[in-house]
Write a protein that binds this ligand. Structure first.
Ligand code: FAD
Ligand code: UDP
Length: 371
């Protein structure tokens, strides 16, 4: 049999795919990376506008507790000391996020952890929530009714397009609740933004790897499959199997980006609009990620979107119905000896970047048989 041109055809040029390609190249393998978009990087891609690195698919802050992952990304780029501290805007009133003593003071005037805990406990007591069954119950149990009403319920229902009672509890546990005056959105030891943008990481990972952009795997499947011995697939797992059990749900977003002729628009990188009436969920002002001093500024409004075919799938909806469906696709995936499935879409997980990186390193080590 003829030897194929590549060892791996890697579908997608996002973080998972690029990491796998980098590790495979190091192990002496030949890879072809394809992406249907006109750029590499997947959702961490940055576009330079007015000298500002615009996070083209929404705000991305790298954070991890794992020193090995931190060292891995630092091979390709230096990180700054950015700490994510979003502001919540509820009908013109501003609150610090995540939920901490600053938030509680602004809401209730409480000054000590004891006072704040008492206030929350008073609100939780009548609710009698033992084991939270959904996001609403989980949020109420964590922070009480005032914060739930002003900062969680409407933001969540806008973002996910469904009732908070119909969403899994784990989603709200991504956010810390703190009884100190720390506005850091993450608890991780390492956090920052790559100086010069995320493309530096992707370019570093893909150095020496063959890439074809504007190439949809499903449009030229037969030809592409013929090029390599094995496939690494980072697109939608349900699409890979031709939606044979039905479609998995994803939440999508519409980004509206504009250049503003002002040096500083909102004084912070991220402002969440937590009321029901404002149709967008947040405004990102990109220059603040890198402490930019450019004369102009670029902002992006994020509008939630219900996905119908052809719209970008950004967030897997990991509720019971979808997880049962995913399990069926995963069983099929497990039978594919020549295909490796990885990343947010193929593993159907609400992964952050460090988790995608960890998964790609783990799966590439297993596959390439390296230590
Ligand atoms: P992706 O980046 O989605 O890459 C998949 C690639 O595959 C895409 O480029 C796609 O075009 C391509 N593709 C799909 N199907 C095909 C096909 N048929 N043919 C060819 N190509 C195909 N993480 C953090 O750590 N911190 C954050 O602050 C953060 N903020 C986020 C904000 C938003 C709005 C979103 C959506 C995500 C955020 N994330 C954040 C998560 C982060 O974006 C992901 O964890 C990571 O980028 C996923 O990488 P991936 O390689 O799995 O997938
Ligand atoms: N959330 C909220 N209010 C906020 C910010 C977040 O209720 O101001 C909830 C919302 O349900 C969201 C979840 O917390 O989906 C996780 O927030 P995160 O910032 O991690 O979401 P992402 O960055 O992935 O969009």
């Amino acid at each position: 049999m003829d030897k194929k041109k590549y060892d791996y055809l890697i579908v997608g040029a996002g973080l998972f795919a690029s990491t796998f390609a980098h590790e495979a190249l190091k192990a002496g393998k030949k890879c072809l990376v394809i992406d249907k978009r006109d750029h590499a990087g997947g959702n961490i891609y940055c576009k330079n506008i007015e000298g500002i690195n615009v996070h083209w698919y929404g705000a991305h802050i790298f954070h991890t507790n794992d020193k090995a992952l931190w060292d891995y990304v630092n091979q390709f780029v230096e990180f700054n000391r950015y700490t994510n501290s979003p502001i919540a805007n509820y009908k013109g009133e501003l609150f610090n996020l995540p939920f901490n003593m600053n938030t509680f003071y602004r809401l209730w005037g409480t000054k000590t952890p004891e006072e704040a805990k008492k206030k929350i406990a008073e609100q939780i007591a009548p609710l009698n929530i033992a084991a939270p069954k959904n996001l609403e119950e989980q949020a109420l149990k964590l922070v009480g009714t005032d914060i739930y009403e002003k900062l969680i319920k409407h933001y969540t229902e806008k973002q996910w397009g469904r009732k908070a009672t119909e969403l899994p509890a784990f989603i709200i546990k991504r956010l810390p609740v703190r009884f100190n005056y720390d506005n850091n959105y993450f608890n991780d030891k390492y956090q920052g933004i790559p100086i010069g943008g995320y493309n530096k990481i992707i370019n570093g990972l893909l150095e020496g790897v063959d890439i074809r952009l504007n190439t949809d795997f499903f449009k030229d499947k037969a030809e592409l499959e013929n090029l390599a011995d094995k496939i690494v697939f980072t697109g939608k797992i349900d699409e890979y199997f031709d939606y044979q059990f039905g479609e998995l749900e994803y939440r999508s977003l519409r980004f509206e980006t504009e250049v503003i002729d002002a040096e500083n628009y909102q004084g912070n990188a991220v402002m969440n609009y937590t009321d029901a009436e404002t149709s967008f969920t947040r405004i990102i002002e990109h220059k603040h990620f890198e402490f930019g001093m450019q004369p102009k500024t670029v902002i992006t409004k994020e509008y939630p979107l219900i996905e119908s075919k052809g719209v970008e799938p950004y967030y897997p909806v990991n509720d019971e119905h979808n997880m049962a469906l995913f399990k069926k696709y995963q069983e099929l995936a497990d039978q594919q000896i020549n295909v490796i499935f990885g990343g947010r879409l193929a593993e159907y997980k609400y992964y952050d970047m460090h988790q995608v990186l960890a998964s790609a390193l783990h799966k590439s080590k297993l596959e390439l048989n390296v230590q």
